[in-house]
Design a protein around this ligand. Structure first.
Ligand SMILES: *Cc1c(COP(=O)(O)O)cnc(C)c1O
Ligand SMILES: [Zn+2]
Length: 482
């Protein structure tokens, strides 16, 4: 067992359609099923081979690899055998994604929330969101295809609520020829930070009036009629890469997740799919012996998955897309999640192994999301609004009696707080448009204060100005003289 050596193991992977059950080889990039339009999962037909290695050996290998200096194994491919074991070392793209920190809530915050929890800061990925995990895998696979087919041009396209395009543009810029990136964004619905990212990476950035779902339709039309590589989360390679998030959580808790609850925001439902899929793989291999409980979280302004699971009797459940209302969890503001069939697929298996309470979906309000995000960040976290959504979900789950005293929660801070800082600003200035239904709580508001006027700066000598400014600060703070 050499933790620095690229694995010799190769699997046999196939696309498996959740719509019609047909299977397709991975020599081609399939976005959706050519027969029925359904979404794919990727399966390793030789997965059983991996089961011959005992769980303890896998744990030791992954632990040893955590210290590897082999670039191809430093990111999400630490778990190569479980993800995309058809790639060659030269295919692997590594931009520092994965291995993101898990930061425990301090005592004050844990006491205030009434639960022990930690944030896993996926905003500390290279483009500042978890989307990099999936892109690392998808671009590595694209490189393998380019190598195999000798393509001279590959146009990658994605629609985005912001972070997908930032990640796609970054990885495309790094890989370079023959891969070029095009991103399609809903006009005016992406934060300035998220817009700056693909522009800065040199992607072709195109705007379409409407919301994300409108952009998605344009992109799918392109996919049906032109030769393009689609990078939205229907792309099953992205789901594989995102499974690394689950593997890392298991590893951090020393492979013991018996008392863990994992909270994940749901938008297009790719991430929650990957988290459940990854955990099931670990369980299947005997790497973990108990599944944690997984909680999806949705805002009441975009909650189709919550509504589906709110119906108790599985036979009575019926999936209906919803019309979204404005949400601060903008990256999850999706009324018709493309990965919903995947959620249903894994939720069933999850419940079969872990029982009825193994997978649940929690609904939270816009107000609760903002209050939770600001509360977390005032205690040293860097949660984005979707991270706030997870904490709001934990608070709600506690209220509903769904989380026990001895349980520990891991919350997904899916992006860096700075990407969504405009919502903090609106909260502080009490400037939320009515549609959000958010009013600031005075104790969470912070604001800038000008301590001395420009007129004094103009009037005084520098030394006198410094003295007067310091005096004003001391007076404001009520400082006692020494
Ligand atoms: C994409 C995204 C989500 C939603 O993830 P899905 O996989 O679409 O459910 C949540 N938070 C952030 C920051 C995102 O970029
Ligand atoms: Zn099909």
């Amino acid at each position: 067992m050499n933790a620095n050596a690229f694995p010799a193991y190769r699997g046999r992977m196939e696309y498996f359609c959740l719509g019609c059950g047909r299977r397709f080889g991975v020599d081609e990039l399939h976005y959706t099923c050519p027969d029925c339009g359904g979404v794919f999962l990727l399966e390793n037909l030789d997965f059983a081979e991996l089961k011959k290695t005992p769980g303890a050996e896998w744990r030791a290998l992954f632990d040893a690899r955590a210290a590897t200096k082999n670039t191809a194994l430093r990111g999400v491919f630490r778990f190569y055998e479980l993800m995309a074991p058809v790639l060659e070392p030269a295919d692997v793209v590594y931009l520092g994604e994965g291995n993101t920190p898990i930061v425990e809530a301090n005592e004050t915050l844990a006491a205030r929330i009434g639960a022990r929890f930690a944030y896993k800061n996926d905003g500390q990925n290279p483009s500042a969101s978890f989307k990099d995990r999936g892109m690392a895998c998808a671009f590595s696979y694209l490189r393998a295809l380019v190598r195999r087919h000798g393509w001279d041009q590959v146009l990658t396209v994605c629609a985005s609520t912001g972070d997908t395009s930032a990640a796609a543009a970054l990885y495309a810029a790094y890989v370079g020829d023959p891969i070029k990136s095009v991103v399609i964004l809903p006009q005016g619905k992406v934060t300035p930070q998220q817009l700056a990212q693909p522009l800065g990476s040199g992607a072709t950035v195109l705007e379409v009036p409407g919301v994300f779902d409108d952009c998605m339709k344009v992109v799918e039309h392109l996919a049906d009629n032109y030769r393009v590589a689609l990078l939205n989360s229907k792309n099953a390679w992205r789901i594989l890469g995102q499974e690394s998030y689950a593997f890392e959580i298991a590893q951090w808790y020393d492979w013991d997740l018996a008392d863990a609850c994992v909270f994940v925001p749901i938008g297009n439902a790719g991430n929650i799919t990957a988290v459940m899929g990854g955990l099931l793989k670990l369980h299947d291999l005997g790497v973990i012996s108990a599944l944690p409980r997984v909680f999806g979280v949705q805002s009441h302004h975009a909650d189709p998955v919550y509504r589906y699971y709110a119906v108790d009797d599985p036979k009575e459940r019926e999936f209906k897309p919803v019309a979204v209302q404005p949400s601060v969890a903008q990256a999850a503001m999706i009324g018709n999640p493309v990965s919903f069939p995947r959620v249903r697929h894994f939720a069933e298996r999850f419940e079969a192994v872990g029982g009825r309470s193994a997978f649940q979906v929690i609904q939270v309000t816009e107000q609760a999301i903002m209050d939770a995000m600001l509360t977390a960040n005032r205690h040293g976290h860097i949660a984005c609004t979707q991270g706030g959504e997870c904490l709001a979900g934990l608070i709600r789950a506690k209220e509903l009696g769904l989380v026990g005293e001895n349980e520990h929660a891991v919350l997904d801070a899916t992006a860096h707080s700075l990407k969504f800082i405009g919502f903090q600003d609106m909260y502080f200035r009490d400037a939320f448009p009515e549609g959000y239904g958010v009013a600031p709580k005075p104790e969470l508001v912070n604001s800038l204060e000008l301590i001395i006027g420009q007129d004094r700066k103009d009037a005084l000598e520098p030394a006198a100005f410094t003295r007067e400014a310091a005096l004003a600060v001391a007076a404001r703070l009520g400082l006692a003289a020494r």
